[in-house]
Design a binder for this molecule. Structure first.
Ligand code: PEP
Ligand code: MG
Length: 540
């Protein structure tokens, strides 16, 4: 079957089909009539735990964001109470004589369908709230993630309808051989997190959940965008051969990956790593990254049910970054909104999220959220050198305002050695305003993923326009040329996906980039390639 290559690589394994959390997945256990009360109290206990969690969410969201956003959790708590006070669970238990998990799924499914069938759009959207509450209740009831992404058997090929960034954060590379997904945008954060983890993904396969069964053997060739279900022996042997070649090439490149990369004519090119998930840290170190050009702090938010407190954030940052003590480390402030929903936040619905309150706009709108991060980062900076990076800048005013917050927090915490402070250049407005933005920062980092989205008017999350997502389009390259010229001597790193594309690296270096930040899996290959290049003099 042919689909779209979203994250390259090869993977083979046994399919794990994960559908809707509310669909029964064969876990229904028959029970006797005398066990109904016991199952009912299990359901009540799961509701109690969910209520406690929702209250804690409301408390933390109110402290860090606003009372308005916290209201969503209060509303969920009210829904939870009215759901439990209905007689549906006990009736369903007595009628079906099935265990609590199956009954909870059935009842929630009925409620969701009821809302889905309503005419009023606002009420129809309640169906998502029902699914959200159900996921929480099921997690408490069954002790595992409601969607079953965690604890996948080693070497699984995950088959799913959709993939969110928070789902990818919880996927472990050594467990997931590959992912097959019905639809996914090439530029989505879920896709790039997967590329960073080196997890192969093929997308664009409508109806795939009906064509693969749990346990089927699947070969995923995400470099060509093809999958084979239930291969014969010859196909399997040929695929295994290609996998072996892939490992051997990687091993060859890794031989010299810890040395600096110089071109044949002596230009030093820094190759750093983009980190989006905890396991990437070890890979970045093993693969010889010269530093971390972009640490996406989102990973510490996306995988949580509650927003972290300052101490929790600092503890997690310490734990995650400990192996990077002696490496230059750039940590980006939270970039959520747009295609990066956070499980514990339900921001007001925006008609055009990618053009709405995202990145630095959100940080400025919720100063307490920003303060928590700045304090945690500045406390970390006492222990190891870091750089602080601001996402999605469009106006000089944005960077000026957040710089003021940064300076004030440094003053409050008596930070003598202030970390370098930088701005992402990832909107056309920022690309054309580098001289103004540069007045307020110590370094710049170019994000070609968003720059492509906003320059080519192509939603990075929208699979129907994947063919417009051209991050090497001439318009983009012109903008990059302007950024390089206007940045002058200011340190400049290219950290979008483009930086890791081997066919583009020669041109990027000729344009003048000397610092690239790429997915950890790509560091050895990029360094090996750079060592074979002789640079033409940069065009005037
Ligand atoms: C980018 O936009 O290129 C970038 C590096 O940031 P992110 O992909 O996290 O939006
Ligand atoms: Mg970006």
């Amino acid at each position: 079957m042919a689909g779209l290559r979203v994250s390259p690589g090869l993977g083979m394994g046994s399919a794990r089909v994960v559908g809707d959390a509310l669909q029964c997945r064969g876990t229904a256990q028959p029970i006797g009539e005398n066990e109904v009360e016991r199952e009912l109290s299990r359901i009540r206990a799961a509701f109690d735990q969910t209520r406690t969690e929702l209250r804690e969410s409301a408390r933390r969201v109110e402290a860090q964001f606003s009372s308005h956003l916290a209201d969503i959790f209060r509303a969920h708590e009210m829904m939870l109470d009215s759901l439990l006070s209905s007689d549906d669970f006990s009736q369903e238990l007595r009628g079906s004589l099935l265990s609590a998990g199956a009954v909870v799924r059935r009842v929630f499914r009925r409620w969701r369908e009821k809302f889905q069938s309503l005419k009023d759009e606002t009420l129809r959207q309640r169906a998502d709230d029902i699914a959200d509450i159900a996921r929480k209740v099921l997690r408490h009831l069954e002790g595992a993630d409601g969607f079953g992404f965690k604890n996948l058997p080693a070497g699984s090929v995950l088959v799913v309808q959709r993939l969110l960034p928070s789902d990818v954060v919880s996927l472990a590379r050594h467990h997931v051989a590959a992912v097959v997904v019905e639809s996914l945008g090439y530029g989505s954060h879920a896709a790039l997190l997967a590329r960073e983890k080196g997890i192969p993904i093929v997308a664009g396969l409508p109806g795939i959940l009906d064509n693969i069964r749990d346990g089927d053997e699947v070969l995923v060739d995400a470099s060509r965008g093809e999958i084979v279900v239930a291969p014969d022996a010859a196909m399997r042997a040929e695929f295994q051969e290609r996998l072996n070649t892939q490992y051997a090439t990687l091993a060859r490149c890794r031989g010299a990956c810890h040395d600096p990369a110089h071109t044949l004519d002596g230009a030093h090119v820094i190759v750093e790593a983009n980190l989006g998930a905890y396991e990437d840290v070890a890979l970045a170190v093993d693969n010889g990254a010269d530093g971390v050009g972009l640490f996406r702090i989102e990973q510490l938010y996306l995988a949580r049910e509650l927003p972290p407190t300052e101490d929790e954030l600092l503890d997690e940052l310490r734990a995650v970054t400990a192996p990077l003590r002696n490496t230059p480390l750039t940590i980006r402030l939270l970039d959520v909104g747009g295609d990066k929903p956070v499980p514990f936040l339900h921001f007001p619905v925006e008609a055009n999220p990618a053009l709405g309150t995202r990145g630095v706009r959100l940080l400025l709108e919720y100063p307490q959220l920003t303060q928590t991060q700045l304090c945690a980062l500045l406390r970390l900076s006492r222990e190891q050198p870091i750089r602080v990076l601001v996402p999605m800048v469009t106006l000089e005013d944005d960077i000026e305002a957040i710089r003021r917050l940064f300076d004030a927090t440094c003053g409050k915490l008596h930070i003598e050695q202030r970390p370098a402070f930088g701005a992402m250049i990832e909107t056309p407005a920022a690309a054309l305003s580098v001289p103004a933005i540069a007045k307020h920062v110590d370094f710049l980092c170019v994000g070609t993923n968003d720059l492509t989205q906003y320059t080519l008017a192509v939603g990075r999350d929208d699979p129907t326009v994947n063919r417009y997502f051209l991050d090497n389009h001439s318009s983009l390259l012109r903008l990059l040329g302007i950024i390089i010229a206007d940045a002058g001597a200011m340190p400049l790193t290219l950290c979008g996906e483009l930086a890791g594309r081997e066919e583009m690296i020669p041109q990027l270096l000729t344009m003048g980039f000397r610092s690239l930040s790429v997915a950890p899996a790509l560091v050895p290959g990029a360094k090996a390639l750079i060592r074979t290049l002789r640079l033409a003099p940069p065009a005037d």
